[in-house]
Design a protein around this ligand. Sequence first.
Ligand code: FAD
Ligand code: FO1
Length: 480
Amino acid sequence: MRKVLPPTLRPERIRSLNGCGEAAPGPVLYWMSRDQRADDNWALLHAQREACTRGVPLVTAFCLAPVFLGATLRQYGFMLRGLAETERALRNRAIGFVLLRGDPGREVPAFARRIGAGLVVTDFDPLRIKTGWRTEVAAALRVPAVEVDAHNIVPAWHASPKQEYGAYTLRPKLRKLLPDFLTPIPALRRHPYAWPQDPGPADWVAVQQSLRVDRSVGEVLGLTPGSTAALRVLRDFLKNKLNGYPEASRNPAVDGLSHLSPYLHFGQVSAQRVALEVNAAGAAPAARDAFLEELIVRRELADNFCLYNPHYDTFQGFPAWARRTLSDHARDARPYGYPRDRLEAGETHDDLWNAAQQEMVQSGKMHSYLRMYWAKKILEWTRSPEEALQTVIDLNDRYEIDGRDPNGYAGAAWSIGGVHDRAWGERPVFGKIRYMSYNGCKSKFDIPAYIRRVLKNQPLTTAVGRTNRTGGRLTNTEAP
Ligand code: FAD
Ligand code: FO1
């Protein structure tokens, strides 16, 4: 009986990593990293098509690195719970899953050799650490290795061959390409060729207990990780909040955001799935378009920035005009100055800023509007733009569940270094970098209402040792 093969992907979504010609016999290995889901995953769909074409098993491996850009128990816990669900979803479709431990640059090629993989497929991620892993893995393999952009709707390298100035230059390029790429996503099939060496389910509880990560930033209770939860959050947003976009999403005093970023960051839901469901939701066009602008244009702009700017997380990554104006004002007197620990504790003169810091520490997710204000105040209250950028990145990546993401590096660079923005009227410390003020926030939303919301909504964390700041004294927020 003729094999009915899964559909092919658009070739623009796939890039060879080592030019190793034809695949050899043996299972196809999907090295899962950024896109940690079974459904709507173009990298996995490509791996399955290749395995079906060859009549071989399909094996997925995730390599758990001992450290990852300062991630704490908060982020690893969310990720591991999501991976456990993904493992079940893969097994239910006769696709093998193995959890590797250690340095991916070493463990992935060794595993590929152990199982006699004939082809290795992985997903795309523009971060420096990931590019390093892929380069090491591809060089160590004697079989072909390819990467598939399963994170962006329009593959990042296809959307643009260079760093874009801003949303206004990338948007028309995406608009032209979206009809070809914002398409229905084929279903992952039950794999017809079982993998006899499958070791069976990982012991996720033991894995989490064995993690040697910073446990002082605990998981956020009440936030359910995983692809099933992601779709629940999405459908709730479509039903109850999308029509309020963008007005409600720009008002921190109300809950107007989708809260999809932790799921998108860990690839537990596909942005393409989100966009398809938003388009099908029948929302008011203005709301729909405003949301898709963030989900597609802003997100792909961040990947574009990290893909083409090797200095995406340093002062050197700022445009020349911004570096010049910040340097011209580097010696300006700062109205306030706070060391890292006072900022981390949310103990400044500014009650709005303190509440935003507390929201991030306690809930693992600061409101979008306040992330801009929060970062810009750090520029105003630290000794240099370099120190400010590092402080923003460190605190953001320590407490935000969606941290360690191109969106974060682009968000920090926008706030402090004018990336994807233009020059504004010159002023002390900021120079021509866009300024945001407390009174500006006051004119846009009800600050006391936001502060009340943050204090009321404090989800207890499971933090051990991490404590809540109430009036400067530490009280233990250990979950009851
Ligand atoms: P929604 O408004 O519901 O947006 C839906 C999705 O659109 C988001 O999940 C995200 O994928 C995308 N999106 C929205 N706004 C932006 C944006 N400004 N840039 C890129 N994509 C966007 N986002 C992260 O994912 N991780 C981070 O670590 C992060 N750090 C940031 C730091 C600073 C200083 C700034 C200014 C922004 C940062 N952002 C970060 C971008 C943005 O604030 C978050 O994506 C957003 O708050 C996530 O919440 P949501 O999904 O409920 O947002
Ligand atoms: N990706 C991996 O392949 N292995 C890891 O061990 C790993 C840990 C990790 C921890 C926190 C975090 O926020 C991300 C982590 N990632 C890991 C990467 C993640 O999947 C994303 O690819 C990037 O962070 C976003 O670009």
